[in-house]
Design a binder for this molecule. Structure first.
Ligand code: FEO
Ligand code: CA
Ligand code: CA
Length: 725
């Protein structure tokens, strides 16, 4: 989903203009364009287009895919894309096929909604155990981030108080899927009768592990010990651990919880609890996104109201602390349903996206890179206390291997300097800057991790343009982060929610001809870091910007700094991944700014290294007529050989989540929320839907007038070759 949340504004911490992105000029335009052409185009299958298929194995030999606003999914000539797992698909043999008319129930045994980050875990030929090289059979573990809720119900959603029957569908449509995929007659298909299939939902019990386990901040009516918690929600990016487990990041979890406006028990605005709640998006009088707390008195609904109502001093008689049990990186063993899922509190609590491991080196600590996706939030790194033992790549017990590496270590936050250097600053209670936080008195290290944003504020971390996914180049070890966009990046910021252009976030401009959401960093960029001496535990790095997103016709001196061509231009980079097989970089977009010209897309790049480009200076004219010069660092400009558009999705979707078989010949990609802009009033009229994908491509029920569904696609080369080369 598009989520432009914003809580890093200390003097006005409840400000949240989620709506501004949704109501931007381009979103209005795309709605008013209607669907006159979509019905025709929707009858087409997944299409391949572009020029000739280059049989030479030269990098990026595929023909670039053109920008498109058609309601189809397009891949290059010579490639085939096939839908294999969509919203509602059964995960047991006994579960009925998805009717896709809003009457389906039982999402505990069906694919959830809003497919997001995804990882592939190889199986052996008989499907009995892990095989790290298994390219014919494997498990896809994937996130179901959020809902296009109108389509989940026959007549759309009912306002508060929510009917329990609606909440009972919406809650388990979130979480994680594990689904077996297997080649049958040479083509991958989901196996609905696999014993590995499972759903993990906001109701699944799991452990809190690491330094915040048992902390006073995480005691709830569900777990008075603070050792346990219930469920995971708004799972966005993912990670693949060196010991072959799945990491899932909890992103915009805060918005699922209601907090009353008359809650006096927590004290005034300067009380610790209130400072924390405001910094994480739940000031007093916060409504919940779906109103599940109104669906009944039962505990499974009541937990979504975090108002302090109980008389206890420790929070064990209500859900005042429930919010502190979300916001973590969660580890799941996809091969084993019987081991407890762990929330890894040592990796900090924020709006997690992906988790990318630095290249493991025997005898050295592991580094895990992470981002916090809200405007002006930070980039983080966890460094394990344990040194890497190569034998742990194939451990007897995967989840306790996770305990070894992810429950003890140091959490750092990044500071970017104008001269192209940067520091990792440890978030430790012993740091005097943290102890001296003006508004929050940290109790212990568990508190520092639960309130990592507040600790990072105290040490002067650099506010970034919404850190989305990160990924580590498998050859160079350099770390790439998408910074998706930031409407609050200004030349002359006013108010606490805005921030000034700086070297690492240097652009603030208007998306011509007009944009309600500008000036700001409209199209986003991809920053990258090189650790000093390539050490995982380094506390200093150098950086530059791999690519600046832009329209190809934008100002080359101020906006299109990477000189993107029409075959390369993109906006709002989000998903980011490197193929371990080829080292190619896959860039996925979740855009609301360039959607008058193109649906969201995926590009493939061959990046160079930090420092391979130039140091341009952007010149801004301030209101008083004076000039503000901002020098930045941009990597070598891409060529047609090093960056090309590979895929364009159907209407009103985002492209997110990608993984591959170990042989590099098959990739899996998620198409999230096609046609998500739908009102209850328009539900009865399919001509008002923005998308009918993948029904219009022949998948599932509904055909050309189908309700749209999030879905996983599998992409192969028609000649059986490795993807992208
Ligand atoms: Fe769920 Fe920030 O993307
Ligand atoms: Ca996104
Ligand atoms: Ca995302």
């Amino acid at each position: 989903m598009s989520h432009d949340e914003d809580f890093n504004n200390s003097s006005n911490p409840s400000f949240n203009d989620v709506l501004d992105a949704r109501l931007s000029r381009r979103n209005v335009l795309r709605v008013s364009m209607g669907t006159a052409g979509a019905a025709v185009l929707g009858s087409l299958p997944l299409v391949a287009c572009g020029g000739s298929d280059d049989e030479a194995a030269a990098p990026l030999s595929f023909p670039a895919v053109a920008k498109s606003t058609a309601d189809v999914l397009t891949v290059p000539a010579g490639y085939t894309a096939t839908v294999i797992y969509a919203l509602g698909d059964p995960l047991t043999a006994a579960t009925p096929d998805y009717k896709n008319d809003g009457t389906d129930t039982g999402f505990e045994q069906r694919a959830g909604d809003h497919h997001d980050g995804m990882e592939y875990f190889g199986l052996n030929a008989t499907g009995t155990a892990r095989d790290a090289t298994g390219s014919e059979r494997g498990l896809l573990a994937m996130n179901h981030e959020a809902l296009t809720d109108q389509f989940l119900h026959a007549g759309g959603t009912t306002p508060n108080p929510r009917p329990a029957a609606e909440a009972d569908k919406e809650i388990p449509a979130h979480g994680v899927s594990v689904v077996e995929v297997r080649k049958v007659n040479g083509k991958f298909a989901a196996q609905k009768d696999s014993a590995f299939n499972r759903r993990i939902t906001p109701m699944t019990s799991m452990l809190l592990n690491g330094p915040a386990r048992g902390n006073a901040l995480v005691k709830t009516k569900f777990s008075a010990s603070g050792n346990d918690c219930r469920g995971t929600i708004n799972n966005c990016g993912t990670g693949y651990t060196p010991w072959a487990t799945f990491l899932t990041g909890e992103e915009n979890w805060s918005g699922y919880f209601k907090r009353a406006d008359d809650e006096a028990a927590r004290g005034g605005a300067t009380a610790r609890g209130n400072v924390s709640l405001a910094r994480y998006g739940r000031a007093k009088n916060s409504a919940s996104r779906h109103g599940w707390e109104t669906a009944g008195a039962e505990d499974k609904y009541a937990r979504f109201d975090i108002t302090q109502t109980g008389a206890s001093t420790d929070g064990s008689d209500d859900y005042r602390n429930e919010l502190n049990t979300f916001g973590y990186m969660v580890e799941i063993d996809p091969y084993d349903k019987n081991v407890a899922i762990r929330k890894r509190t040592a990796l900090g609590r924020f709006a997690h996206e992906s988790a990318a491991f630095g290249k493991p080196a025997a005898g050295k600590p592991l580094a895990v890179y992470m981002g916090d996706d809200s405007r002006g939030e930070y980039i983080y790194k966890f460094v394990s206390a344990a040194n890497w033992d190569a034998a742990d790549a194939s451990p007897a017990n995967r989840i306790t291997t996770g305990d070894k590496y992810l429950d003890s270590g140091k959490l750092y936050v990044a500071k970017f300097n104008a001269d192209g250097t940067g520091q990792w600053i440890e978030l430790n209670i012993a740091n005097s800057a943290i102890a001296a936080h003006a508004a929050y008195d940290f109790a212990d290290q568990g508190d520092v991790l639960v309130n990592a944003r507040l600790a990072a504020d105290a040490v002067g971390a650099t506010k970034m343009d919404r850190p989305e996914w990160c990924a580590v180049h498998p050859v160079t070890g350099e770390v790439y982060y998408t910074l998706t966009n930031n409407s609050n990046r200004k030349v002359e910021p006013s108010g606490s929610s805005q921030m000034a252009v700086d070297a690492a976030n240097p652009r603030s401009y208007t998306d011509a001809p007009t944009a309600a959401n500008a000036p700001g960093n409209v199209n986003g960029h991809i920053i990258r870091l090189k650790e000093t001496a390539s050490e995982s535990a380094a506390t200093a790095f150098t950086w530059d910007v791999y690519l600046f997103g832009a329209q190809s016709d934008a100002d080359l001196g101020k906006v299109n700094l990477s000189a993107l061509t029409a075959d390369q231009d993109f906006s709002s980079p989000d998903g980011l991944w490197f193929s371990p097989k080829t080292g190619l970089c896959f860039i996925q977009t979740d855009d609301g700014a360039y959607t008058d010209a193109t649906n969201c897309m995926m590009l493939i790049g061959k990046p160079g290294t930090v420092g391979d480009g130039t140091t341009p200076t952007l010149s801004y004219t301030k209101a008083d007529g004076s000039t503000l010069a901002v020098q930045t660092r941009v990597g070598a400009k891409p060529t047609a050989e090093t960056l090309r558009r590979f895929l364009v999705g159907p209407k009103d979707c985002e492209i997110t989540g990608i993984s591959e078989t170990p042989d590099g010949k098959t990739i899996f990609v998620n198409i999230q929320h096609p046609g998500e802009a739908i009102s209850k009033a328009n539900l009865a009229d399919p001509t008002k839907y923005l998308s009918h994908w993948p029904g219009n491509a022949g998948y599932g029920a509904g055909g050309a007038t189908a309700r749209p569904r999030s879905a996983t696609i599998v992409i192969t080369r028609n000649d059986g070759g490795v993807i992208g080369t």
